[in-house]
Design a protein around this ligand. Sequence first.
Ligand code: C5P
Length: 315
Amino acid sequence: MQAQRSDLTDHEARLNMSASDLKAQHFNYWIEAPAKINLTLDIKGKRPDGYHELETMMHQITLVDRIGFRRGGQGIRLNTDSPDIPADEQNLAYKAARLLFEKFNLQEGIQIFIEKNIPVGAGLAGGSTDAAAVLTGINRLFDLGLEEKQLLELGGGLGSDVPFCLLGGTALGRGRGEILTPIKNGPKLTIVLVKPDFQISTSEVYSDFRMDRVKKFPDNEAFISAWQSCDIISVSRQLNNVLESVSIQWHPRIADIKEQLCELGALNALMSGSGPSVFGIFTRYEIARQAWAHIKQQYPQTYLLSTYKKGEKYD
Ligand code: C5P
């Protein structure tokens, strides 16, 4: 017979607790860190600092990491449930914490836990969103009083996608991607996202990019107009990412997945960021669910998602 919780000693009850219960008890403040997809990505040219001048529509989706915090102890300690990311100072989330600790000369320590759900090296800003959540979390927990503008500036120093991850929602990114214009009043998307079982290096994709290999550039003005009219058919037609010209040449499987998503009912499909993740936009949830179930057999990292609505979670 199974023991009732009340029959157990404290120690036994603790052993019986699930890992997530333990995590929830130990890390008493949690923030959600959503992934982003690029609905358009245009490159306007190369900058003297080696980066590329972008014009890109970014959009948060319901694929989220959860970042747990606990004040106390000494220095910064980072843990994660993922074997795919470093749990030390190489992690962008650790760098984000160190930035604030040094800037504010914080004496009390912090423990950070990354519950990793966003695939790594996928073009989904997984590392950047964790770093953004750490900036937000430490700002709140230590009452640092940083305002959004200051956080965005600090985030931009950590990585091109960090400012968008701080701002959230849907936004047009210019410059390295850090000059942001929020785009309000869009539709709620139903998405199937596929992460094939290989990773792509963002810097290698950018360095192999050639303007003259792009067949068609995005029209961001037309995209924004379709977006704000909630015209999902036009939005789908305007999906365009110039980095596909590099990543698809290296990995033709990306094109196969796009085709497969469309055959299974997506209005259109696109690679996100520098890839290799591909997402399809659907009008009906049930069709999307069937497509998800089908593709998942071939690609285990397939997700049924939608537009993320900003929120945070306390456990
Ligand atoms: O800024 P972040 O570290 O995320 O960028 C990763 C790499 O992507 C950069 O080192 C650079 O090679 C490339 N990149 C770029 N132009 C951008 C953003 C990123 O060339 N606007």
